[in-house]
Design a protein around this ligand. Structure first.
Ligand SMILES: [Zn+2]
Length: 468
């Protein structure tokens, strides 16, 4: 593959903006050289361009921001088809929408189709890496890894361990769950850019024995990740207290089974107390904060101030399908809004850091991704500051990096993602809306299908009724 030269405004972080204002690095007229999947040079355009061969073409991305690709630290690919479905909260959402959708993943063809769509959607939104939960079925994770491998993506994934309090068709056993996890890890962990995560779905869906076996595996294999959910909603926390009466807290359930350690990623972390926060920070686990999902399901508001003060490692996540958007920009603006509800202001630079370099650091990918430094893997995002008339007008008026990023995260979405590079390859596919299993349809056919589907819709008793 020929060397790629990109000219534009370069933005990345050399450290945590909360620690130092010098952590934000911006080159107004920069050049980035990519060769063989890696960044080989970065810097000011003028001096660096002299090193180019006369035959080398430079892609002019003036007016765009070139930055490291987003890292989504918690998302469910099997919940694609229930994104934006209403519910009365987390447990209602799981039984009404998530579990029925996941049951369909017993069929490998469903897994493969969803894996393709899901990874396309990540790239469309500028996300180059993700920590992904499959279903209980090993074939769901098999399909996701195969597709991510074909695209050269850096992905963490695991099959859900769930042997109680869920529908029969989604139930494994403690022993089968660990065996399937080990099989998947043997096939995929460490292959190219893939990594396996031991994935107890959440404490309430796992028996003591299942958590015990998962913990033993986590101790025996410190190279594997652990991912799960923690203290998402109040009713869930109450339920976990009933199921594990001896545990001091929800966090203590995972901790007592050996599942709280470096390389463990816990989504939500809303209902923690100060002892939990201290213990979490000390364990060097990652809090994957999912504010869009938390607002959508009414789960609660993450306390950024307390989490930062106690030294917890924070990253951001979409939590598809509890979250409604694949865009990490949407996750950032929800994080901002949630912090405001708690009386603090989160700077945009901090949020962009958590979505890129901060996530890479806490996942152990420091210097590999989340940075534009020479030597890093070329996972990049090109954000078009003039993607919409309002964005163009507003970003033109920005007088600082903070003002620019603040406007971008509040006004931007997938339209602002001009291109996504995965290991140096342009990966944002120009897609047209299709229905599952059908070839691309032309607009006349789309209209016809839309009308036909509309004809099937009927009002159900209780539709649109306020349910307190
Ligand atoms: Zn989740």
């Amino acid at each position: 593959m020929a060397r790629t030269a990109l000219r534009g405004r370069l933005l990345d972080f050399v450290g945590d903006p909360a620690q130092s204002v010098a952590a934000v690095r911006l080159v107004d007229d920069g050049l980035l050289l990519i060769d063989n999947g890696r960044i080989v040079a970065r810097g000011e355009y003028r001096p660096l361009s002299r090193a180019l061969n006369p035959s080398e073409e430079v892609t002019d991305l003036s007016g765009c921001l070139l930055m490291p690709g987003f890292i989504d630290t918690h998302t469910h690919f099997p919940q694609l088809d229930v994104v934006a479905s209403p519910s009365g909260g987390l447990l209602d959402w799981l039984t009404k929408h998530a579990y029925p959708a996941e049951a369909k993943f017993a069929d490998p063809a469903v897994c493969e189709d969803a894996a393709r769509f899901f990874l396309d959607e990540l790239a469309a939104n500028g996300t180059t890496s993700a920590c992904v939960l499959g279903t209980v079925h090993a074939q769901s994770v098999e399909a996701l890894f195969a597709e991510a491998h074909a695209r050269g993506m850096r992905v963490v994934a695991g099959k859900c361990l769930m042997d109680r309090n869920c529908p029969n068709e989604l139930r494994d056993s403690a022993d089968d769950g660990v065996r399937d996890s080990l099989d998947l890890a043997a096939r995929w962990h460490g292959k190219a850019r893939l990594a396996y995560a031991i994935t107890p779905r959440f404490a309430a869906s796992c028996s003591d024995r299942q958590l015990q076996l998962a913990g033993e595996l986590a101790r025996a294999r410190p190279d594997l990740y652990v991912q799960s959910h923690l203290a998402e909603s109040e009713s869930e926390v109450r339920w976990v207290r009933e199921l594990f009466p001896r545990a001091r807290s929800y966090l203590d359930v995972y901790d007592s089974f050996g599942l709280l350690r470096e390389r463990s990623i816990y989504a939500h972390c809303i209902w923690l107390d100060s002892i939990d926060r201290q213990r979490f920070a000390q364990s060097r686990a990652t809090a994957a904060v999912c504010p869009s999902s938390n607002l959508f399901l009414g789960s609660g508001t993450f306390d950024f101030r307390q989490a930062v003060q106690s030294g917890m490692a924070i990253a951001l996540a979409t939590d598809i399908g509890g979250g409604q958007s694949f865009s990490m920009l949407a996750a950032m603006r929800a994080a901002h809004d949630v912090a405001r509800l708690k009386g603090s202001v989160l700077p945009a630079t901090q949020l962009f850091y958590w979505a890129t370099r901060g996530a890479a650091q806490t996942l152990g990918w420091d210097d590999q991704v989340g940075t534009l430094e020479a030597g890093a893997e070329a996972d990049l995002l090109v954000l078009d500051l003039a993607a919409t008339p309002l964005l163009a007008r507003r970003t033109a008026a920005a007088d600082s990096v903070e003002a620019l990023l603040f406007a971008l995260m509040h006004l931007g979405d997938d339209r602002a993602v001009r291109e996504t590079f995965i290991a140096g390859r342009p990966s944002k596919r120009r897609r047209r809306a299709t229905l599952s299993g059908m070839a691309a349809v032309d607009s006349a056919r789309s209209r016809e299908l839309a009308l036909r589907f509309a004809g099937r819709l009927r009002a159900a008793p209780g539709d649109g009724v306020l349910k307190p």
